[in-house]
Write a protein that binds this ligand. Structure first.
Ligand code: LLP
Length: 434
């Protein structure tokens, strides 16, 4: 029997895939397919483990921040905030959603490499607690907008620490050749600190870095903490200022397939905290508040997507296309990154996965695939195909390509299910057409 990837998944007594006590085939029948399903229990379990790690390794002197680009809707903000996390947003739209969900502005961190004046004004007017400034031009813009609002705005600076973590090129961000952040090695970072300290309407509270995403090694995170704290030391000696917080970003790897060797998150926390304690001692620094900013690891393994199998085309000596009623419009990650996924037939979850399938979407495009040459149970039209670990960067990256409506999202917990995002209708698709 295959090993399921997340603790919220099991094969029930009917031999079917179940998520947090809900039978996946019944969910598909009740809500229709394609359908995103998200386990509240699993999201809360991960949030708790992060919060507990901060207690254990930093005496609670710090906090996890949920990077909501992974999955943004009102209910997820309510859930993570109720577990004691802050939230990170990267656009006016995510900020608006978080505020609508009732997140207190002081718990919001606003990232992004090219925030518009309108977005910054929106954040300043709403009293967002931390604007993470990404460039010199943004620093000037924030100062100008804060001045216009008669406000002093808390900021941090996003620094490029020059660390090259092993992951897909498009999701690496900490190296020098990156559109994100202010460069450390060339001295730009210290210059940005100098300028920030001289401005009247911004108050520099901390520094931020993020080295990439879907990273399995501990070492790059430890190294980032070391490099960033050395910068804290330089800031103290040059400007006589000790900053209040250090945000070490997100990027912790999750299991898409059994080959992914994801570490328990506590291991990153432990290793990084050892470096933080050591460096602060060596440099005579008060330990700043430590933030981390996980997105994927909070929601990815909590989510699955359910589809109905349609046409099956077996091309001898070539491949077997198994078509589903979704595709790159609700999960573009294979088309974009050749991302690995585990697929199975939810209604035959106990049967051997001895059929090699290419799972194809319904978009008019050959590259519209969910997975190639992947083992699943022997498929028939009408089967319910589940793709695992789709809680992150699926709904949030979905589109209306080919005017397909985005599917609904159902939240499950202890055998109960509820809609948290309604499926789009054809009416929704023409709403803004003139
Ligand atoms: N903080 C910052 C500043 C980030 O840029 C990101 C991700 C995170 C936190 C959260 O990283 P996570 O814990 O989720 O790895 N669309 C891609 C992932 C892009 C990640 C971008 N930044 C994907 O589907 O794999």
């Amino acid at each position: 029997m295959m090993r399921l990837l997340s603790p919220c998944l099991e094969i029930n007594e009917r031999g079917r895939l179940a998520i947090s006590g809900c039978d996946a085939v019944e969910l598909a029948g009740q809500y229709g397919t394609p359908l995103y399903v998200m386990s509240e229990d699993e999201v809360r379990r991960v949030c708790k483990s992060y919060v507990q790690s901060f207690q254990k390794f930093y005496g609670g002197h710090g906090r996890p921040i949920y990077a909501s680009k992974a999955f943004s809707c009102k209910e997820i903000y309510r859930i993570v905030v109720s577990e004691g996390l802050d939230v990170e947003v990267v656009s006016g739209g995510e900020l608006y959603t978080a505020l609508q969900a009732g997140v207190l502005p002081q718990h919001i961190h606003f990232q992004g490499n090219n925030k518009s004046a309108g977005e910054i004004a929106f954040a300043v007017e709403n009293g967002v607690g931390d604007i993470v400034v990404d460039s010199f031009s943004e620093l000037r813009l924030v100062e100008r907008i804060a001045e216009g609002n008669n406000a002093v705005v808390n900021i941090s600076l996003r620094i490029k620490p020059g660390i090259d973590a092993h992951t897909h090129d498009f999701i690496r961000t900490g190296q020098i050749d990156s559109k994100f952040g202010i460069d450390l090695a060339s001295g730009e970072a210290l210059e940005a600190v100098r300028q920030s300290l001289s401005l009247e309407h911004v108050s520099l509270k901390g520094l931020h870095c993020h080295i990439g995403s879907q990273i399995f090694e501990v070492e790059p995170f430890v190294h980032a903490a070391e490099v960033m704290l050395e910068l804290f030391g330089q800031i103290k000696s040059q400007f006589g200022v000790e900053l209040e917080h250090l945000n070490l970003g997100g990027g912790f790897g999750v299991r898409y397939t059994q080959r992914d060797d994801a570490l328990p998150y506590e291991r990153y926390m432990e290793a990084v905290s050892q470096m933080v304690h050591k460096k602060c001692k060596d440099l005579g620094l008060d330990q700043p508040e430590i933030y981390i900013e996980p997105g994927r690891s909070v929601v990815a393994e909590a989510g699955i997507t359910l589809y109905t199998v349609g046409a099956i085309k077996e091309i001898p000596g070539v491949r077997n296309y198994v078509s589903i009623d979704g595709g790159m419009f609700e999960n573009p990650r294979y088309a974009l990154y050749q991302a690995d996924y585990t697929c199975l037939l939810a209604n035959k979850a106990n049967a051997p996965a001895d059929y090699i399938a290419t799972v194809a979407g319904k978009c008019c495009e050959s590259g519209d695939l969910i997975q190639e040459h992947t083992p699943i149970q022997r498929p028939e039209e009408g089967d319910i195909l589940a793709v695992l670990t789709t809680g992150a960067y699926n709904y949030s990256m979905a589109s209306n390509y080919n005017r397909n409506p985005r599917p609904a999202c159902v939240m499950v917990s202890q055998g109960e299910s509820r809609i948290i995002i309604k499926g789009e209708t054809y009416e929704d698709l023409v709403r803004n057409d003139v």
